[in-house]
Design a protein. Sequence first.
Length: 215
Amino acid sequence: MSWSGGKDSCMALRELQRSGKRRVEALLTTVTRDYGRISMHGVRCELLQRQAEALGLPLQQVGISRGADNSQYEAEMGRALAYYQSRGVNEVAFGDLFLEDIRAYREKMLATQGMHGVYPIWGRDTCELIREFIALGFRTVVVCVDPAKLDPSFAGRVMDERFLEELPPGVDPCGENGEFHTFVFDGPAFRHPVRFSPGETVCRDGFWFHDLLPA
């Protein structure tokens, strides 16, 4: 399972587990070694590990360097995929919703390992999906915001109905166009909540990141 730690990954995992047709071998997360954080999302690896433990699933971290290009990412991910392919795993699940170019890129990369993708929530209406996510009792906090698409004041907020109501027109409620990223810390799939306290909100590399401190 390609795992970002965010809400879409969580809903995709839920659909996989509900269907009972597949067993998740591991959560596969790209992390930036220089920072010790989830790439793009900026969440500390310690919280990622606690999240995987709360979900009761093994975690495989794929390390890349700061500013890594696609070739480095593909090389590191290729090694990880080859390991699982050698163990008989031939599918990787993703939480993608509607971006065709991203899906095509994933399929091309997987094909080099003789694998293919599974997309449990592909094509779902994003308004319905996020409201289902909230109604089920999942809890997620916004950890990264692209200020070109959304005001930085949304960083650090927990997603709820009020959050959705205050999103500006044109912003996807699941942030599928990169408007924001999240970290899920509780919900029906969790054995216990992932405890944290709020840290600073800082601007780095053109994005606003809200730090979460392990508690």
